[in-house]
Write a new protein. Structure first.
Length: 318
C-alpha cells in the first residue's frame, strides 16, 4: 500500500524529516528561502498532509487546491497564517507546536532587553568603527535592569517564563492579559490594566498572540504613556506594535530603546527603523536554537503522523 503524501514547505532539522519518511512519501521545498505562492499551490495538489511555517499563507484558495488534505501541521506556536474556520469546515486538522519553544524565546527576550538597556549592539558598532578612544564617565550610558519594573503583555507560557527570569533581577512584575485566569498566575506578580502597565514599567515585553484585538495594540497613545527611559521588547508578533508610531517614539526619545525580533510587514523593515541606533533588530530568531528547533520540527512531524494514523495529535488547534 502506498504511503500517504506530505509536503514540507522549507528545510527543517533532519531528525524530523527522518521521522516523516517512516510514515509518509515525503516531498520538500528543500531551501532556506520561502516557497513562492505558485510553487505551494502546485505542491499541495496530491498531499494528504502539509507541514508549513508561519510565513506560509494557508487560506481558502490553498486549502481548495489540496482536495486530499487531512492535516496542516504548523511549525510555530501561532497559527494566524491559517484560515482556521475554513480548515475546520473541511474537516482538516490544524496543529501547532506549543510549549517546546517557551524557554528559548524567553531567553531571547532577555537578550534583547539587556542589549537595549546597556546599548550592547550600539557599543559593539562603536568599537568596530574605531571610535573607542578610552573610558569616559559619560560614554554609552544605559539604564539599569536590577530592581526595576517589568510589564508583561501576555502572561501565557512565554510571558510567565520571562517573569520567572525577572525575579533573578529583583524586578517588580506587572502583567496584563484579559485571556488568562488570574488564579493561574503567581500572586508575586501584579495584575494591572494596559495603560497603567505602560505608564509604570521600566521595561515592557510583549507575548500576546496576534488577533484582531491585539493588532496595533501598542499604538501612539500607549507609547506616549511610556517614559523616556522605557525599553520595549517584542518577540511575539510584529503587527501588535504600530511600527510608524514606534519609529516616532524612538526618533523623538519618547522611549529609551526597542528590541524587536518581529516586524509589522516581515521581512520588510522600514528604512526609518533601520536608522534608529536605539533599536536592536533581530531576524525572527526567538526559537532559533538547535535543540528547540529540532523539538519543534519533531512535534510538527508527530502531529501530522497522528492525524494520518487516526490518533489524537500532540497539539491540535481545532
Amino acid at each position: 500500500m502506498p504511503k500517504p503524501g506530505i509536503f514540507v514547505t522549507r528545510n527543517i532539522p533532519q531528525p524530523a524529516l527522518d521521522r516523516l519518511e517512516e510514515v509518509f512519501s515525503l516531498s520538500i521545498h528543500a531551501s532556506d528561502q520561502a516557497i513562492t505562492r505558485a510553487q505551494l499551490l502546485a505542491a499541495v495538489k496530491e498531499s494528504e498532509a502539509l507541514l508549513c511555517l508561519l510565513t506560509d499563507t494557508i487560506d481558502r484558495e490553498l486549502l481548495d487546491a489540496a482536495p486530499k488534505l487531512k492535516c496542516v501541521s504548523n511549525l510555530a506556536v501561532g497559527y494566524n497564517n491559517i484560515d482556521l474556520e475554513y480548515a475546520s469546515s473541511r474537516n482538516i486538522v490544524v496543529c501547532n507546536t506549543p510549549g517546546v519553544l517557551t524557554e528559548s524565546t524567553a531567553d531571547l527576550t532577555w537578550a534583547l532587553l539587556l542589549a537595549c538597556a546597556r546599548r550592547v549592539v550600539e557599543g559593539d558598532s562603536f568599537v568596530r568603527a574605531g571610535r573607542f578612544e578610552g573610558w569616559g564617565p559619560m560614554l554609552m550610558l544605559g539604564v539599569d535592569v536590577f530592581a526595576k519594573t517589568i510589564g508583561i503583555i501576555g502572561m501565557g507560557r512565554i510571558g510567565s517564563a520571562v517573569a520567572r527570569r525577572a525575579e533573578g533581577f529583583g524586578m517588580k512584575v506587572l502583567w496584563f492579559d484579559p485571556l488568562i485566569d488570574p488564579q493561574t498566575v503567581s500572586a508575586k506578580y501584579e495584575r494591572t490594566d494596559l495603560r497603567h502597565l505602560c505608564a509604570s514599567s521600566d521595561f515592557i515585553s510583549i507575548h500576546a498572540p496576534l488577533t484582531p484585538a491585539t493588532r496595533h495594540l501598542i499604538n501612539a497613545e500607549l507609547l506616549a504613556l511610556m517614559r523616556p527611559h522605557t525599553v520595549l521588547v517584542n518577540t511575539a508578533r510584529g503587527p501588535i506594535v504600530n511600527e510608524a508610531a514606534l519609529i516616532e517614539a524612538l526618533r523623538d526619545n519618547g522611549i529609551f530603546a526597542a528590541g524587536l525580533d518581529v516586524f509589522e510587514h516581515e521581512p520588510e523593515i522600514p528604512a526609518e527603523l533601520l536608522a534608529q541606533d536605539n533599536a536592536v533588530l533581530l531576524p525572527h530568531i526567538g526559537s532559533a536554537s538547535v535543540e528547540t528547533r529540532t523539538k519543534m520540527a519533531l512535534m510538527a512531524a508527530e502531529n501530522a503522523i497522528a492525524v494520518i494514523q487516526g490518533t489524537e495529535p500532540p497539539a491540535r488547534v481545532n
